[in-house]
Design a protein around this ligand. Structure first.
Ligand code: BGC
Length: 249
C-alpha cells in the first residue's frame, strides 16, 4: 500500500477505531487500532486520542472521520450520545489542528451507508435504500439512485412516546436483556414505521450487530426486503476514508 492511503477514523460512544484504507478494494489496508472513547468525551479529549492513533497508524495520507452526530460543513450540530460540548464545534478545524493533516468529517451512519452502497450490500441498488445502524443509538443513511441525502436522523423518530433509538437500538436489547425475537419485534415495528413514511425499496441493517444478522433478520416482518450490511464494523472506517480530502498533486 502506498504511504498516501487515506486513514479512516470511526468515532463512537465506546470506541475509536482507526486504520489505513484501500479505497480500490473498500477494505482496511492495515491493522485496525481501537482505543476506548475517553470519558467525558469532550472535543479536546477526543482530538488528543485521534492525533496519537493517527500518528501510530502512520503514512502521510489525509484523514476522514465519523461523528455520531449531525455534521454540517464540518461543524457538529447535535450530540445525542456524545458530550454536549461538541455542539457548535468545528470538527474539521479541530482535527486538522490536532493531526496536522487535512481532514473530512461525516455522520457515522452516512459513512457506513456510503461504504455499503459502494462496496457492500447496497452495491448496484438504484432505488430508495435506507441503511439503519443499530448500536448505542440508531443511525440512518438514505440513498436514492445511489445519492445520499445527508444527516437524516431517523433514529429520533417518535415511537412509544420517545425516540425510537431509546426503544429499539442494540444497546436497548442488551440493557433490557431482550430475547432476539422480542428485539426483532421492536425493530420490525420501527422499520414498518419507516415504510409507511418513505416507501423504500431496500433496508440495509448495519452496526456491529449486523454480524449476528442470522439471529434476527429472518424474524423481521416488514414488507421491504432487508439485507445485512456486509462490511460490519469496518463500514464506518471505510466510509470515513471516503470523505478524506484528495491528496494534493
Ligand atoms: C445520532 C446520529 C447517529 C446515530 C448513530 C444518533 O443518536 O443522533 O447522528 O448517526 O446516533 O450513532
Amino acid at each position: 500500500m502506498s504511504s498516501a492511503s487515506p486513514i479512516g477514523v470511526d468515532i463512537g460512544g465506546t470506541g475509536i477505531k482507526v486504520a489505513l484504507v484501500d479505497l480500490v478494494k473498500g477494505a482496511l489496508a492495515g491493522d485496525r487500532i481501537r482505543v476506548a472513547t475517553p470519558s467525558p468525551a469532550t472535543p479536546a479529549a477526543i482530538a488528543a486520542l485521534v492525533a496519537s492513533t493517527v500518528a501510530s497508524v502512520g503514512g502521510t495520507g489525509t484523514v476522514g472521520l465519523t461523528m455520531p452526530s449531525v455534521v454540517v460543513d464540518g461543524v457538529v450540530t447535535t450530540a445525542a450520545n456524545i458530550d454536549p460540548s461538541w455542539i457548535g464545534t468545528d470538527a474539521t478545524e479541530l482535527f486538522e489542528k490536532a493531526t496536522g493533516r487535512r481532514v473530512g468529517v461525516v455522520n457515522d451512519a452516512d459513512a457506513a451507508g456510503m461504504a455499503e452502497m459502494r462496496y457492500g450490500a447496497g452495491a448496484g441498488h438504484d432505488g430508495v435504500v435506507i441503511l439503519i445502524t443499530l448500536g448505542t443509538g440508531i443511525g440512518s443513511a438514505v440513498f436514492h439512485r445511489g445519492v445520499l441525502v445527508p444527516n437524516t436522523e431517523l433514529g429520533h423518530l417518535q415511537m412509544h412516546h420517545g425516540d425510537a433509538e431509546h426503544w429499539a437500538a442494540e444497546s436497548v436489547r442488551e440493557r433490557e436483556d431482550l430475547s432476539w425475537s422480542q428485539w426483532a419485534h421492536r425493530v420490525s415495528s420501527y422499520l414498518e414505521h419507516l415504510e409507511r413514511l418513505l416507501y423504500p425499496d431496500l433496508f440495509l441493517i448495519g452496526g456491529g450487530v449486523s454480524r449476528k444478522a442470522d439471529k434476527f433478520v429472518p424474524l423481521l416482518t416488514c414488507k421491504t426486503p432487508v439485507k445485512a450490511a456486509e462490511l460490519h464494523n469496518d463500514a464506518g472506517i471505510v466510509g470515513a476514508a471516503m470523505v478524506a480530502p484528495p491528496e494534493a498533486t
